[in-house]
Write a protein that binds this ligand. Structure first.
Ligand code: TXA
Ligand code: MG
Length: 319
């Protein structure tokens, strides 16, 4: 065990020092908190896997300062990179490219591809800038658990295991970045996020793949992921009504208006996708602290815009 420091924005120098010394530090991004290590330090990178309990073949995203750095990591830069970077970087988009020879196998989990993203957060930016290197950063949670969108969520899983968490308050997006594979003629979304298929097609001026079962190529995307402590079920409003007739002590996350029963706990979710996404993990974390026995979630709209929320909830659901 070590003492995990909670650092404020004025104390960023300490976070940078820790990273320079090969420690791992949780940093805020606009999507979720990341567990950062110096991308050029294999010993530091190994710590990420140990701390998270993450299988060593799950590749990590390299967070870079700007699109100019792509050439340090990628062997080939297809024309889509510049277009997507212009529109969506810094921001919640990760590009999968052919990796350059010499990039550590620890980062790529032995794959010949590399995931790159320029996050949109001033504190994160200042850290990479101060370190003078890119950082690798998976979400700062224990393997398979919900991603942290607040420093307290990070501490829940990782207190005593990491050098520090930098306090950037709540994340503005709240769901992990969209991952797009740009290695083939037709780009493919491997993980939906706030940057939607439609937004990408519009700027690329062509159709891309967004398979509903999009996970095969992303080693880290398993059927079970993003799980709260309580069992979670995705159900229709009708089914929620029926279940609350007979069961007590359950949490209900709903968007629609719903008739409330005394013995259930209602969590009204925003009807705007962006707001829902921002609140999703925090709500699951809040519910985990209560005595309820299960979580019923009203199925959100089945549209492209909601693809990221749908995806996370389906993986969070008990199988
Ligand atoms: O928004 C985000 O992407 C956050 C913040 C911290 O940047 N990071 C994040 O990292 O969600 P992580 O490690 O929890 O999820 C990254 C996903 C994993 O499913 C991993 O398998 C996939 O990205 N990935 C990384 N590199 C890859 C590669 N070369 N090929 C395919 N998938 C890759
Ligand atoms: Mg993760």
């Amino acid at each position: 065990m070590m003492e995990t420091k909670r650092l404020q924005a004025e104390q960023l120098d300490q976070a940078i020092e820790f990273l320079k010394n090969g420690e791992v530090v949780a940093l805020p991004t606009e999507t979720v908190y990341g567990l950062a290590a110096d991308a050029k330090n294999d010993i530091a990178i190994e710590k990420i896997f140990i701390v998270k309990g993450r299988p060593s073949d799950h590749p990590l995203i390299v967070h870079i300062e700007s699109v100019e750095k792509v050439s340090e990591w990628a062997a080939y830069i297809p024309p889509e990179v510049a277009i997507l970077a212009e529109h969506f970087w810094p921001g919640p988009l990760t590009m999968i490219l052919e990796k350059k020879t010499g990039v550590s196998d620890l980062i790529t989990g032995g794959l010949d591809s590399i995931g790159l993203r320029v996050p949109n957060h001033p504190l994160f930016f200042q850290v990479i800038n101060g370190l003078g290197n890119a950082v690798v950063a998976p979400s700062a949670n224990a393997h398979k658990k919900t991603s942290p969108t607040h420093p307290l969520h990070v501490l829940k899983d990782l207190d005593g295991k990491i050098a520090a968490v930098v306090d950037g308050g709540s994340c503005s997006v709240g769901i992990e970045s969209t991952i797009i594979d740009l290695r083939n003629k037709v780009p493919a979304i491997l993980r939906p996020g706030a940057i939607t298929q439609e937004m990408i097609e519009k700027v690329l001026k062509k159709k891309i793949y967004a398979p509903f079962k999009h996970n095969e190529k992303v080693a880290g995307n398993m059927e079970i992921h993003y799980q709260p402590e309580k069992p979670l079920f995705l159900v229709s409003l009708n089914k929620i009504k029926k279940i609350t007739e007979i069961e007590k002590n359950i949490a209900i996350m709903h968007i629609s208006e719903i008739e409330k029963k005394n013995d259930a706990f209602y969590y009204k979710m925003p009807s705007s996708k962006a707001e829902y996404a921002k609140n999703l993990y925090a709500t699951l974390n809040d519910i985990d602290k209560t005595q309820v026995t299960k979580i019923l979630v009203e199925i959100p709209p089945n549209t492209q815009e909601w693809a990221d929320v749908q995806d996370r909830l389906q993986k969070a659901a008990s199988k």
